[in-house]
Design a protein around this ligand. Structure first.
Ligand code: AHN
Ligand code: ZN
Length: 335
């Protein structure tokens, strides 16, 4: 009987490295160089472009479900994904809010390389909160928030990534998912009975009823509040428990790219966000990249969170760049 040996490239490389590392260091350095070259440099994420997509969403006003601004912005997002060459799926659903309001919700999905079975999903919520219930002024608690950082920032970064995906395709199929009705959760001022699972209604619906039957992705990355000046992204505990490998990979990549000041190598606070339902219902590990501010006295998500001041002034292109470039370098290196 003949035995055929198949040596894969990484195996050969490892053998080579091991062999030369017994000798002197110069050769070893060279082969480490070879190993380094395997890292693909992703295209340049354009933060000005992401900023413009955030501005465009803000210009509609608060994108609160059941409002005209929400319907118009939904159309804008779907048409942008289409213009960037994605196959677009619209998922319309009537979802019941904590107070019984029926929300005319719409999840918007843009698929790249839809035929590929190797996939990664990138997501963000696109709705804005109907209550500024963390505002210092109680008169504002029932006002709609503009949701520039909380909502539009993640979507803006993903639209720029969509534009990049059209120009140069990574090896994997990518799905960009804009979840609706994330931020309609039970407000702080509510004094009646507590109700569970009132946040993330769009992602809960999608996880139960994905846009494609039997949909699967290796993992997901959720972007939430990724545009703030001086934002910091700590490793979120639910993500660490359920997608440890991916958390490590993302934070390592960020550090290598020089974004270690944004991506802090420490554990932050656990958050109920879309990634929880993507994992617990659809069984797809998902990492939440979310601003965590341990210094703010107003909220762990920063001073402007769920206030009427969540506006364009707080958005910093440098933060958008750190997040967008990191995510791009991660996905362009998937095989
Ligand atoms: C809660 O406050 C329960 N979760 C934070 C998720 C969130 C709200 N993301 C944006 N707005
Ligand atoms: Zn919110």
């Amino acid at each position: 009987m003949k035995t055929r040996r198949i040596f894969t490239f990484p195996f050969l490389l490892a053998t080579l490295t091991a062999a030369v590392s017994c000798g002197n260091s110069k050769k070893a350095d060279e082969s480490r160089e070879t190993e380094k070259k395997i890292v693909i440099k992703a295209p340049e994420f354009n933060a000005d472009s992401a900023y413009a997509y955030i501005q465009a969403q803000a210009d509609f006003g608060p994108r609160v479900p059941n409002t005209q601004a929400h319907r118009d912005c939904g159309d804008y997002l779907a048409s942008q994904l289409e213009a960037f060459g994605a196959r677009v799926y619209n998922q319309y659903a009537d979802l019941e809010a904590w107070d019984g309001t029926l929300l005319k919700a719409r999840n918007i999905i843009g698929a790249y390389k839809p035929e590929s079975r190797k996939r990664v999903m990138l997501c963000a919520h696109w709705d804005s909160r109907p209550y500024a219930d963390n505002d210092p002024n109680p008169d504002n608690h029932r006002k709609h928030i503009l949701g520039v950082n909380d909502g539009a920032s993640g979507v803006g970064v993903l639209l720029e990534i969509a534009r990049q995906l059209q120009q140069k395709s990574p090896e994997l199929g990518i799905d960009i998912i804009f979840f609706d009705a994330e931020d309609y959760g039970i407000p702080e001022f509510h004094r009646g009975n507590y109700k569970a699972d009132t946040w993330c209604l769009g992602s809960q619906y999608w996880a139960r009823t994905p846009h494609i039957q039997g949909y699967f992705a290796r993992y997901g990355i959720l972007l939430d509040m990724v545009g703030g000046k001086g934002a910091t992204f700590y490793q979120e505990p639910y993500s660490l428990r359920t997608a440890a490998k991916e958390v490590k990979k993302i934070w390592k990549k960020a550090r290598e790219l020089g974004y270690g000041n944004w991506f802090v190598d420490r554990e932050g606070a656990e958050v109920t966000d879309d990634h929880v339902y993507v994992h617990s219902i659809a069984r797809i590990p998902c990492v939440d990249i979310i601003n965590y501010d341990p210094t703010s006295e107003r909220s762990s998500f920063g001073d402007f969170w769920h206030t009427v001041n969540d506006t364009m002034e707080n958005i910093d292109r440098a933060t958008l760049k750190a997040v967008g470039q990191t995510v791009m370098d991660v996905i362009y290196n998937e095989k």
